[in-house]
Write a protein that binds this ligand. Structure first.
Ligand SMILES: C[S@@+](CC[C@H](N)C(=O)[O-])C[C@H]1O[C@@H](n2cnc3c(N)ncnc32)[C@H](O)[C@@H]1O
Length: 397
């Protein structure tokens, strides 16, 4: 092959193909990117690019996944009457003899997906990524979506929240950000990247929590478990075991977040009353004497805390009103409208304002190579705590 025919890996189409392989997108998605790289067909140059830049450089890719991809690629090129590079046949033969299909079906099999956020040239003014145009995180996750109470897989709403954080860093930078139901920890990695003053992640499943901690370390962040210790170290993230059912009021009040985040946490009607209770306490936390009883809030005027910790800086004197209260961003896929409406009605009863921001606060498309994820499937809600008797629930569905 002549040197001038070698594909330039910095071309967007090549970058998309590589990113899709690293993120373990379905084979059909990889084939469609490969065709774009080759101007309509999977040429020998494209195959050489896959060998040199995807398979050789990233030798730790999941073997059964690659085996399946190679099979589809070879079949496709043969169907198109193209010529398949010999190395592909050799590699495929190696996978056939070395790995059996049933290794894909193991319930506890872990894989490593690399999620790359791609900042196009016209996004370069963004402070989040001034020099590098690609930001990649490695995430251990399960091929079984139900493992770890669903928390060991990457769900689409966390991809959405991650794009939101990287697109609008000003909403999260220098703020104490607390996530509920954090799963594999991707949102936390993005929060740390945009320099949230503190990142606290939580989950109610212990195996999910263990996997999350592993992922933070894999991406060079330190993990802490003590919420009260505030050392301003933005390279560390706190991880809490926090089941919504048993989280105590004082435990939640101690967190004092500026921003609460939740991705794909509205799906189980049994958990929703507990989730709403947790949100209500977190979002009304500027008054340490706020009580949440039977779905109602009651207030007493705040006094200085006896534990020596400062009152939040948005606390406005003794009239118990926030200057700027905490806010939650909840991203979700509406899979069952009744469950979703149940969440809304519980929120209303608990004096939460729930506003649909889907059309007004859009993230940039930083995952353009992902065909398994569609921003348009996700709803973005802003949740705040009402501090008046007015009912102003805004909802557009
Ligand atoms: C569908 S997964 C979403 C995970 C992650 N946020 C994402 O979008 O990739 C739901 C997460 O919420 C957690 N979760 C579910 N019920 C919970 C509860 N009652 N208390 C605390 N966490 C819970 C699960 O362990 C899981 O990590």
């Amino acid at each position: 092959m002549a040197a001038e025919q070698v594909l330039d890996p910095s071309l967007p189409s090549c970058r998309y193909l590589l990113s899709a392989i690293l993120a373990m997108e379905p084979s059909d998605c990889l084939l469609s990117h490969a065709r774009v790289c080759g101007g309509g067909s999977i040429t020998e140059q494209v195959q050489q690019f896959i060998l040199d830049h995807c398979l050789s450089t990233h030798g730790d890719l999941h073997a059964p996944y690659l085996k399946n991809f190679l099979k589809k690629l070879i079949t496709q090129v043969e169907c198109d009457h193209g010529s398949v590079l010999d190395q592909f046949y050799e590699l495929y033969a190696h996978y056939i003899t070395s790995f059996k299909d049933d290794s894909l079906g193991k319930r506890d099999s872990r894989i490593c997906k690399r999620i790359s956020f791609i900042f196009r040239d016209d996004y370069s003014e963004l402070q989040t990524c001034p020099h590098s145009r690609v930001l990649t995180f490695s995430l251990k996750c399960s091929i079984n979506m139900l493992e770890g109470d669903t928390g060991c897989s990457i769900w689409p709403s966390s991809l959405f929240l991650s794009e939101l954080i990287l697109s609008h860093p000003e909403l999260f930078s220098n703020k104490l950000c607390f996530e509920i139901g954090s799963g594999v920890g991707l949102v936390g990695l993005c929060l740390a990247h945009v320099k949230a003053s503190e990142v606290i992640l939580s989950d109610g499943d212990l195996s999910t929590l263990a996997n999350m901690k592993l992922n933070l370390e894999l991406n060079n962040l330190n993990v802490e478990t003590d919420t009260l210790q505030r050392n301003g170290d933005t390279s560390s993230v706190k991880c809490l075991y926090l089941p919504w059912e048993s989280a105590s009021e004082s435990q939640l009040q101690d967190i004092m977040p500026n921003v609460v985040l939740g991705a794909d946490v509205i799906y189980d009607p049994v958990c929703l009353p507990h989730l709403v209770r947790v949100l209500t306490i977190l979002l009304s936390r500027m008054n340490p004497n706020t009580k949440y009883e039977n779905g109602e809030l009651s207030y007493k005027c705040a006094t200085d805390r006896s534990d020596g910790r400062c009152k939040p800086d948005n606390y406005d004197g003794c009239n118990c009103e926030p200057k700027e209260g905490p806010v939650a961003y909840i991203a979700c896929v509406i899979r069952n409208i009744e469950t979703f409406n149940y969440f809304l009605s519980l929120g209303d009863k608990a004096s939460l304002d729930i506003v649909d921001l889907t059309d007004s606060l859009k993230p940039m498309n930083l995952l353009p190579y992902m065909q398994s994820y569609n921003q348009a499937d996700i709803k973005l809600l802003r949740v705040t705590c009402r501090h008046t008797n007015q009912t102003t629930v805004t909802w557009e569905l």
